[in-house]
Design a protein around this ligand. Structure first.
Ligand code: COA
Length: 311
């Protein structure tokens, strides 16, 4: 069965259809199939971003892929409705994404070559593994999901900082530009985080979870930004089961290897302990320095997201 495919920007109805599809997959698989950034971009109409939606013969949304050609590699997230799997919809969406990845980033700009495609599998389920293997894809990156319980001791912790450094909270508007520059320096080699723009930052400030009281900036002795730690707590979580995410920690390369990451992590945990029951975070499996920092802070592996690419 060939599902009718619509490629292009999504109107409000199509966006709602994709959100409902993602919710149905999450209920069936126990893991969200599409991550935060692509969900925030459902309404985006950009030359480097492609949306493709597969429909049933009744017109309901049964599959979706989003391809982001803005980074060094093209990155896709794809999902098929649990009741419409094993009918070739996933394969159709993957072929579409592969073709899309080969397009230049900006049409009409000469001298550009297409990009290699990477596909995310959140939770790396058996279905994703079978699907990736059938398409000739192998694991090229692992994103670890680490967790650790929060205690009253964490809430009372007052971590020591090297002389002259101080921690304060983020001031929306005033700190936007300086934070974007710091984030780009700290995550220069990170494919997603290092590309965050002032507009991305403002999108997040508009989210219901945004709370400047959980967004910490580390100032160097000369007053410049040396690092930041941003936490995220989704509202409406059940008491006793609230997750607080260490959302992004970055130390400027000029200030690394002085224990600042560890001190800032303790500041974040002290805050999270007052608003959540468990601290969670994502970190690249090959980021040994960060993984070690978090393990030393008591975090353990709870799940993994995997990126696949053609072998
Ligand atoms: C992974 C996913 C996209 C597959 O979608 P789908 O429409 O069922 O896939 P297709 O029907 O096109 O499957 C193509 C081939 O992949 C393999 N495959 C698909 N699902 C599989 C499963 N559960 N177990 C083993 N192999 C599987 C098979 O070889 C299949 O061919 P076949 O049905 O002729 O045997 C779907 O299960 C899904 O949405 N999962 C949640 C989101 C996700 O993990 N996305 C990342 C994918 S890398």
């Amino acid at each position: 069965m060939a599902a009718p495919l619509a490629i292009g920007p999504l109107d409000d109805t199509a966006q709602d259809g994709v959100r409902a599809l993602a919710a149905a997959a999450q209920a069936a698989d126990g893991v969200a199939p599409v991550s935060e950034q692509p969900l925030l971009r459902l309404g985006a109409d950009e030359p480097w971003l492609t949306h493709a939606v597969a429909h049933s013969k009744h017109g309901t949304v049964i599959g979706y892929v989003q391809v982001d050609r803005g980074g060094q590699d093209a990155s896709a997230e794809l999902v098929v409705h649990p009741e419409h799997r094993r009918q070739g919809v996933g394969r159709l969406l993957l072929r579409t994404a592969e073709r899309d990845a080969r397009l230049p980033q900006y049409s009409g700009t000469p001298g550009q070559r297409g990009k290699a495609l990477r596909v995310w599998a959140h939770g790396d389920t058996a279905a994703a593994q079978g699907f990736a293997a059938a398409a000739g894809y192998v694991v090229v990156r692992e994103l670890l999901f680490l967790a650790r319980p929060l205690t009253a001791d964490d809430a009372g912790a007052r971590p020591a900082l090297p002389d002259g450094y101080r921690v304060r909270t983020f001031v929306p508007g005033d700190d936007d530009e300086a934070w974007v520059a710091l984030n780009a320096r700290a995550f220069a080699s990170h494919p997603e985080q290092g590309r965050l723009t002032a507009a991305d930052l403002r999108d997040r400030q508009g989210e219901p979870w945004f709370d400047a009281a959980g967004f910490f900036l580390l100032e160097a002795p000369d007053g410049s930004l040396a690092g930041s730690l941003w936490t995220k707590v989704e509202p409406g979580q059940p008491a006793g089961g609230r997750d607080g995410e260490v959302y992004a920690v970055g130390i400027d390369p000029d200030h690394q290897s002085r224990g600042l990451g560890q001190a800032l992590t303790a500041v974040g945990l002290a805050h999270l302990a007052t608003v959540a029951d468990r601290a969670v975070l994502y970190v690249d499996g090959d980021n040994t320095a960060a993984v070690r920092t978090y393990e030393r802070a008591g975090f353990e592996r709870a799940a993994v997201d995997v990126q696949y690419a053609q072998a």
